[in-house]
Design a protein around this ligand. Structure first.
Ligand SMILES: *[C@@H]1O[C@H](CO)[C@@H](O)[C@H](O)[C@H]1NC(C)=O
Ligand SMILES: *[C@@H]1O[C@H](CO)[C@@H](O)[C@H](O)[C@H]1NC(C)=O
Ligand SMILES: *[C@@H]1O[C@H](CO)[C@@H](O)[C@H](O)[C@H]1NC(C)=O
Ligand SMILES: *[C@@H]1O[C@H](CO)[C@@H](O)[C@H](O)[C@H]1NC(C)=O
Length: 444
């Protein structure tokens, strides 16, 4: 089957990057300091059924993923928001796996020889492969998700896995750990596959968009937003725009849910308060997914507001946390699991949260009628300015820059650089601990 036309540019980019990587010597000569020491990554060669072939399914997942082909354009950034746009794309988080893979191909310390590598990246498109279990014909065998990958790893060049029992392997899963941590013994149909519950993968580090309350092998990384600058001037001019933007509204909320007929919950309280205090609050109704690929709908309001409300929905985390940070809009969190307990590699440590965000327990709002606007109005203007400055400092660390960015921009670590760094650190810590003879507690 020929790839759909929209896929060709993506496959070409992957091919071009592989050629670049090959012509780039991975090991430095002995006389100069080895900038790759401790950072060498081997990208495991997997049969196409584990990655590229899954992209060919893009038109097939009706109705929930009726067509993810458009999101694969531009190296999985999606189409530009409009023809004149340089940094803004219609990005969908479901294609984070090819996006991450594409970027890793330009990683400066690739090791073609696995035995020289400090870590092994598995370019398995796990969430795209999960679609057939989550929405497709294999819903009743969702406990098998990943077993064919494990079979491959233990049969093809088995030494690569066996060398460290998989402790040096990592992969990306474009979803919430909850989507992949179903008890394998549960009777179908229940939501989720069991990938993260398989003992075969306990040793692997999985980068996900939301981790569980007691994560074992996974670590949360930011949701991709729509902003993907390709050079430093584009990043700097955006940050300057966000910094000087006139914040005429106290707070805003972009999202769905919270209808007056729903049971009391934080989104319903926010909606009620916003509708009652229109001079302080702006609502962007994102029901039915209308905002997902249309960042203009919410980015302009985020630039106008001092505070962005980030209530939990079906699960605690949301992409809008990162859209808001890029807009210089101070996040207001209603539970710890929305960010504080999730993004330790990308956002400041828990004790620094008060310097850039506001925490209002959702119980105080829903149960005790606390007014969010009153809390925010009580924060002095200088303090608000300081918090916004910290948010803007964080923005470069949570965005996903465009592949093949200029060297100037590459010197600022973005979400993928930090994810790779975090994975390398976690892996080296594990290996040290294993070498010291500590038996690692394996499994939840
Ligand atoms: C955008 O560019 C494409 C290709 O150059 C062109 O076909 C299309 O008409 C343009 N769209 C707009 C709205 O200008
Ligand atoms: C999955 O199992 C349920 C319950 O046993 C059954 O009703 C359903 O038809 C099965 N679905 C598929 C796609 O086989
Ligand atoms: C995971 O690591 C442990 C040692 O910590 C090892 O005994 C086990 O075999 C490894 N699991 C797999 C599936 O390789
Ligand atoms: C709206 O505001 C009025 C006056 O401030 C107040 O009496 C009323 O309870 C508020 N309604 C809601 C739904 O918060």
């Amino acid at each position: 089957m020929a790839p759909p036309p929209s896929l060709l540019p993506f496959l070409f980019l992957v091919f071009a990057a592989v050629c670049n990587a090959r012509s780039d010597p991975a090991t430095a000569t002995r006389s100069v300091p080895d900038e790759c020491a401790g950072r060498r990554i081997h990208i495991r060669r997997l049969p196409p059924r584990f990655n590229e072939q899954l992209l060919l399914n893009c038109p097939a997942y009706h109705p929930l993923y009726d067509d993810f082909c458009p999101y694969l354009a531009n190296g999985a950034l999606g189409h530009k928001t409009h023809n004149g746009s340089r940094s803004w794309y219609r990005t969908d988080p479901i294609v984070l796996e090819p996006l991450f893979h594409r970027r890793l191909l330009e990683y400066p310390c690739l090791a073609p020889d696995p035995s020289a590598a400090d870590a092994v990246f598995l370019p398995y498109y796990a969430a795209l492969d999960a679609l057939r279990y989550l929405y497709g014909p294999e819903v009743n065998s969702s406990h098998e998700h990943g077993l064919n990958l494990f079979d491959f790893l233990s049969q093809d060049h088995p030494g690569i896995w066996a060398r460290r029992g998989g402790h040096d392997h990592f992969l990306v899963m474009a979803g919430r750990a909850w989507d992949f941590s179903q008890d394998p013994a549960a009777e179908p149909p229940v939501w989720g596959t069991s990938f993260l519950e398989l003992p075969e993968f306990y040793n692997v580090t999985a980068l996900v968009l939301e981790s569980r309350a007691w994560p074992w092998q996974e670590q949360a990384i930011p949701y991709p937003t729509s902003f993907h600058p390709a050079n430093l001037p584009l990043l700097e001019s955006w940050i300057a725009r966000a910094r000087r933007s006139r914040r005429t509204v106290l707070m805003m909320f972009a999202g769905g849910g919270g209808s007056p007929n729903s049971a009391p919950n934080i989104r319903r309280s926010i909606r009620a308060e916003c509708e009652n205090r229109t001079s302080h609050c702006e609502m962007v109704d994102c029901s039915n997914g209308v905002c997902e690929h249309d960042p203009i709908r919410f980015m302009r309001p985020m630039l106008r507001a001092s505070f962005c409300l980030q209530p939990p929905g079906d699960t605690p985390t949301r992409r809008a946390t990162f859209d808001g940070i890029i807009a210089g809009c101070i996040p207001v969190f209603f539970e710890e699991a929305t960010a504080r307990s999730q993004y330790g590699w990308h956002l400041p440590p828990p004790e620094e949260y008060p310097s850039f965000s506001v925490h209002i327990p959702k119980e105080d709002v829903v149960g005790r009628g606390l007014s969010i606007a009153d809390v925010l109005l009580g924060i002095p203007a200088v303090e608000v300015g300081r918090m916004r400055e910290r948010v803007l400092e964080m923005a470069p660390r949570v965005l996903y820059r465009r592949h093949r960015s200029s060297p100037g921009l590459r010197s600022h670590r973005d979400a993928i650089d930090l994810a790779v760094e975090g994975a390398l650190q976690r892996i080296s810590g594990r290996l040290r601990s294993l070498q010291a003879g500590n038996s690692l507690y394996v499994g939840p």
